[in-house]
Design a protein around this ligand. Sequence first.
Ligand code: ADP
Length: 410
Amino acid sequence: MKILVLNAGSSSQKSCLYDLSPESLPSAVPEPLWEAFIDWTVEAGHGILTVEAKGQKRRFDLDSGDRIGGVARMLNTLVEGDSAVLGALKEITAVGHRVVHGGAEYTQSVWITPEVKATIARLIPLAPNHNPAHLEGMDAIEQALGAVPQFAVFDTAFHQTIPPAAAYYPLPWALTEKGVRRYGFHGTSHRYCAQQAARILGQPLENLKLVTCHIGNGASLAAVADGQCLDTTMGFTPLEGLMMGARSGSIDPAILIYLMREEGYSADQLNDLLNKQSGLLGVSGLSADLRTVLEAEAAGDPRATLAVNMYVHRFRSFLGQMIATLGGLDTLVFTAGVGENSALIRERVCQNFAFLGLTLDEEKNRRSPRNQLISAPESSVKVLIIHTEEDWAIATEGWELLQSQPGRES
Ligand code: ADP
């Protein structure tokens, strides 16, 4: 069965097509049959579409800034030209959308209905850059594929088991009632990594206390016990928590009041400052890319050194917080760009948890092996690198929805 996945960002549209069969589930992760990416950032009113299929990459110019038209053009490459992998678009059984914000409403994936779309639209103020793009993607699919079943997989869903003590902010209750609370993000990745960790360790997920560390440009930790998320570092928005590439993570909220009063900052300027000019970029003055900052640190640059030290300090602090919530730790998982590739960050973060009996196998850690243990045999905590497969996780959610409601397939 062919499942198409759409992963819309504020200025990009990723998509891939998987062929799922009972044999491909649940463990093996197949390569997608077709992958496409639209980058809308190159020039205003212009997009670049890159399509990878049959072992070849092709590039197309999209001359209009029309997002829905862009998706239609992208879908055309599934059935036309050298990249065609389908005879007709109607071979697609279902289409899954990664949706950044599902509020507290959705604890799992759902079929998209007019009500679901209305809820995603109502949540636009909480995800102004993403939820509109998701709705555009859904409309584009409707236009191109008619009544194909579409489903939404929410980044927030996995975190809706977080108990009130961790989910709510110590603010006047009326604000909590209005939805000012922790939602958490990267949920599809955290859930996938927790499940993969249990599979690799050959243990039921319900028996494990895990912290999953999704560390890319955006970064968050999740504390998972009995297969349920008990806390996460991102909050009302993906700004809270760890220091990130260009995002500050948690800071004293009174800094914002100070900047507004004394420096005349507007809401938009604060948003830009905290989301785009802070983090590794803001401190080092060099880059949001950790690789560049690590190179500068190695060359003796003092601000780069400080940026990396702050990054590691904050990572350790939040990891400690997650472990305290769990009251112990069996398994630590590293995933995403930094988590999967930076042996140095993993080593420095883990150093301070040696008191728990956590020891890395130095050689394995240095090699950054995918989907393997990197802890020493005697370590009290199993440490794993897991390659996150969000798109595949979305496709399998669709498969599960179809199994539970086979009527949707027709
Ligand atoms: P996103 O959050 O945008 O999906 P990724 O998960 O792809 O990002 O992570 C991107 C980040 O991963 C880059 O900013 C880069 O700093 C970091 N990264 C990738 N490879 C390495 C590496 N070998 N060493 C350190 N950092 C790396």
